[in-house]
Design a binder for this molecule. Structure first.
Ligand code: SF4
Length: 345
């Protein structure tokens, strides 16, 4: 019988410890190995210089280390970088690195394609292909770090992660949690939960569990404050209507001093009226949140348009007057199809 090798990059530290012990190795070896394998770009057991040769040989016999290498890298005129990765089975995924003044944000994918079919999103048109493994999720961060290092880096590395790439993260729940646990591990990437945001289109039954398992930020793609409009934009609303979604937001175990990010893509003539803004204020009552207004990136694939600046400002003003913190996200990377809703492998 041929024994299948295990990809160690898929394992959390406790899982790796159990595996190491099953080989009759001491648990402290797991901590050493874990630190090695999560060095950006690391993929060769032979380089583990502080680990005995026979242990390295045993590891190479029983395990392997997957690694994502970009098949294509595109750089936007505004500094945004889009990575396309070809996975072991030939599927393509994308991640987007967004350099900002004081930090680098990486937008990672959680699935190949997406089953949610939001009707303003290019990823949704692909349909669902498969879930990413934890190693494939973490591998996107590794690859971005290697890319930054190869360019002399800015010293900032990747310091902010958003699960807003391809796929609905909460529908790949176990691998998402495992990947976040690996990324937060001090011996790996040492990310704080404050620096990780998971965005959902509204998978209500998993929202609370996410917050209970990992102390990350939650972003909710709302995009409409009435069921009729949201039903049209996001089919998931027919399964989990607004009332249930907003209840799940209220019940999310938010760490102190944090707020839920409400994502609101503004579509001309669809959800951009003063009445829509007032309804949004009403519906968000009692939810600790801030609102991210995303003027739509017009695309020939969809019938939507971006509202004009006065309409956006009037909408924003109503939210502000009601005491909400609002952010107006300028579109980044649209010239390389790296902006929100444009990832399609
Ligand atoms: S917006 Fe997100 S959840 Fe909706 S189809 Fe696109 S990737 Fe999927």
């Amino acid at each position: 019988m041929i024994m299948e090798k295990i990809d160690l990059k898929n394992l959390t530290l406790p899982e790796l410890t159990a595996w190491v012990e099953s080989l009759d190795l001491k648990p402290f070896r797991a901590r050493q190995i874990f630190a090695w394998i999560h060095r950006p770009g690391f993929s060769d057991f032979g380089q583990m210089t502080d680990i005995a040769k026979h242990v390295r040989q045993l590891l190479a016999e029983k395990a392997y280390l997957s690694r994502l290498v970009p098949a294509k890298v595109e750089c936007s005129s505004d500094g945004t970088v889009k990575f396309a990765f070809r996975l072991e089975d030939g599927q393509l995924i994308e991640s987007v690195l967004i350099p900002e003044e004081d930090r680098n944000t990486l937008c990672v994918s959680s699935q190949v394609g997406c089953a949610m079919g939001c009707n303003f999103c290019l990823t949704g048109t692909l349909g669902f292909k498969r879930n990413l493994t934890a190693a494939e999720i973490v591998g996107q961060v590794d690859a971005a770090l290697v890319w930054l290092q190869d360019r002399g880096g800015s010293g900032k590395g990747v310091n902010n992660l958003v699960f807003m790439g391809m796929g609905e993260p909460l529908l790949n729940f176990d691998n998402l949690i495992r990947a976040i646990q690996i990324l937060m591990e001090q011996r790996a990437h040492d990310f704080s939960g404050r620096r990780i945001t998971v965005s959902t289109c509204g998978i209500v039954p998993k929202m609370k569990e996410l917050g209970e398992k990992v102390p990350v930020n939650l972003a909710v793609s709302l995009h409409a404050a009435d069921n009729e409009t949201r039903d049209r934009l996001m089919p998931i609303n027919r399964t989990y209507p607004l009332e249930e979604l907003l209840k799940a937001c209220r019940e999310y175990p938010l760490p102190p001093r944090r707020r839920i990010m409400i994502e609101y893509a503004m579509l001309k003539g669809i959800n951009d009226s003063p009445a829509a803004a007032r309804l949004l204020v009403k519906k968000l009552h009692g939810i600790r949140c801030k609102i991210n207004i995303l003027p739509y990136n017009a695309s020939p694939d969809f019938p939507y348009e971006r509202p004009d600046d006065e309409t956006i400002e009037a909408f924003r003003q109503i939210l502000r007057q009601a005491g909400h913190t609002t952010l107006l996200r300028s579109s980044r990377g649209s010239d390389i199809s790296a902006a929100c809703g444009q990832l399609a492998g």
